[in-house]
Structure formats: C-alpha cells, structure tokens
Ligand binder design. Structure first.
Ligand code: ATP
Ligand code: MG
Length: 281
C-alpha cells in the first residue's frame, strides 16, 4: 500500500486476530528517508467486511488517533487501513491474566500512566469512549528487580460508542457510563472517568473480566439498581473506583484529582493487607 504522503509502503503479514469490528494483522512499514530504507513492525487494523456500514466511524477513530500525540497514546501512522505501532506485549487484560502475578507497584504505575493519557485527552477536550484493559496495550514489562517500570499505550476507541446498537452498549456494562443507556445517550468526558474506574478494577483484579458471563438483562439490571463492582479490600483504591463509577457523571473526580489520589496510594498498605490475608488461604 502506497501512502499519498510519499515513499511509504506497508506490507501485510500474518493475521493476529479479531476485534469487535475489526481484523488485525502484523505488518511491516517501509519508508525511505534520504535514500535509506527504514523498516518498522506495525499493526494493521482493518474494518471487518461484516461491518462496512461503520466505515465513516472507523475512519473518524483512525484520524482522531493519528492527529494527536502523547507518550501514553498509541501512535497511528495511517488512516484508511489503521496502521499502528505494533505493541510488543499486546492487550493488558490478556497480559495480566497470562502473568497471574504482576506486582502492585507495576499495576499502580500502569494506572498512573493511563490517568496521564486520560488527562491529556481531557485537556484537549477529546472523549475516548472505549477505555478498558483490552484497549490498554503494554509496550514494556516492568521488572521490580531491575527497577524498570512498565509502559502502556492507550489504543484507539474503535467505532464511536454513540453509534453502536443498544445491545452492544449493554454488553459493554460495566465499562460504559450509565448515561450512555439513557435516551438520548449522553457521552462526555465524564463517561471516560467511569470507564477508567472499571479499568482500574480490571488492573487490580489481574485482568479478570468484571461481570463475566452475565447476560444483557442482568447487566441492565446492574445499572438499573445502581450497583457497584465488588470492592477491593484496599479501601483507598476501592474508594477511588467508586468515585469514578459515580452514577452522577458530574460528581466524578477530575483527572487532576485522580492523579493526585493515585500518587497518594502507598503500595505497602496493600502488601500489608495481603500479607495478613495469606494465612487464611
Ligand atoms: P474494540 O473495538 O473494543 O477496541 P478490540 O480491542 O478487541 O475491540 P481491536 O482494537 O481491533 O479490537 O484489537 C484486537 C486485538 O488485537 C486486541 O485485543 C489486542 O489483543 C490486539 N492489538 C490491538 N492493537 C494492537 C497493537 N497496536 N499492538 C499489538 N496488539 C494489538
Ligand atoms: Mg481495541
């Protein structure tokens, strides 16, 4: 594929899998600068043939991501096919499930980085609309023994949530803000705060899927009766999640407050808590 901006070719390699509306492939980007060839591994995200009617929305997500740049936001190189940087360790939920034991300080680092990405979008007045652990990609693992931190990149939101069918939105409970189920749905920066709260829950529960296997009616009732996810034993963290997942969008904390609260969480509190739990297991 040749890009209109010049000497850029992208080659498609193996298929990596499927997203909700997309198929993803590994690829190689070759660009020629000053007569030299530069090769980068990329991820190609293509709208699935069954969802062609979402073409405009896919294009919109793709262009939004390619126009902004932040160290914790995924880099998108091209828009017709979404050509993105290939992120080594892939989706965070799968990574956490696979690893089983990621240290609390690593999880906290990840949460802080995600809050920084959120703050950046907030300042630019950009609503993401699909924040969840599967859309947080891990570029670098953290290794406490080497004192290296993990490094995350927030991926694109895909098809805009307000265009999705009601059942798809219901299925996104508990990540979607409850205001998206109202008629008409309301999507604002506050909705990303709710999703951030649900993502925090996933991070600190080792990538476990909240409300896994619940059917749509049960999920609808969960919001209908103003329920909350099972609270963490780490009360300070549980409080933060509850504040983000406030059924009143305007009552959710600002990004600044979220960042400050994350900085105030002291991992040793968590460790002490879990050490005292250990004998019961
Ligand atoms: P959604 O439409 O809600 O974003 P999704 O995240 O499952 O759904 P995609 O964003 O198309 O769908 O991604 C499919 C899968 O491909 C992801 O779950 C992740 O495992 C992997 N993936 C996506 N983007 C990248 C990337 N840039 N680098 C590495 N792996 C990726
Ligand atoms: Mg995604």
């Amino acid at each position: 594929q040749v890009n209109s901006q010049g000497m850029l070719c992208v080659f498609q390699d193996e298929c990596l899998g499927q997203g909700s509306f997309t198929r993803v492939f590994k690829g190689t980007k070759v660009d020629i600068r000053e007569g030299e060839e530069h090769r980068t591994q990329v991820l190609l995200k293509v709208l699935d043939a069954n969802h062609k009617d979402y073409w405009e929305a896919f294009f919109e997500a793709s262009s939004m991501m390619s126009q902004i740049s932040h160290k914790h936001l995924l880099l998108v190189y091209g828009v017709n096919i979404m050509v993105q940087e290939l992120v080594k360790y892939g989706a965070l939920d799968l990574y956490l499930k696979r690893k089983g034991s990621v240290s609390v300080s690593c999880k906290l680092d990840i949460a802080k980085q995600l809050a920084l990405a959120l703050n950046f979008l907030d300042e630019k007045n950009i609503v993401h609309g699909n924040i969840c652990a599967k859309n947080v990609l891990l570029a670098r693992e953290g290794d406490p023994s080497q004192e290296t931190s993990p490094f995350i990149k927030l991926s694109d939101p895909g098809i805009k949530v307000s265009l999705l069918d009601r059942n798809v939105i219901l299925d996104r409970i508990p990540w979607v803000g409850p205001e998206l189920l109202q008629d008409p749905p309301i999507l604002s920066l506050d909705s990303d705060k709710w999703s951030f709260g649900a993502t925090l829950w996933e991070i600190f529960n080792n990538g476990e899927t909240p409300l896994k296997d619940w059917d749509l009616e049960m999920k609808r009732r969960f919001y209908g009766t103003y329920q909350q996810l099972e609270p963490s034993q780490w009360t300070e963290l549980a409080d933060m999640i509850t504040q983000c997942m406030d059924y009143q969008p305007a009552s959710r904390p600002s990004c600044r407050v979220v960042i400050r609260q994350l900085n105030n969480l002291i991992t040793s509190d968590y460790e002490v808590l879990h050490a005292s739990e250990a004998p019961e297991r």
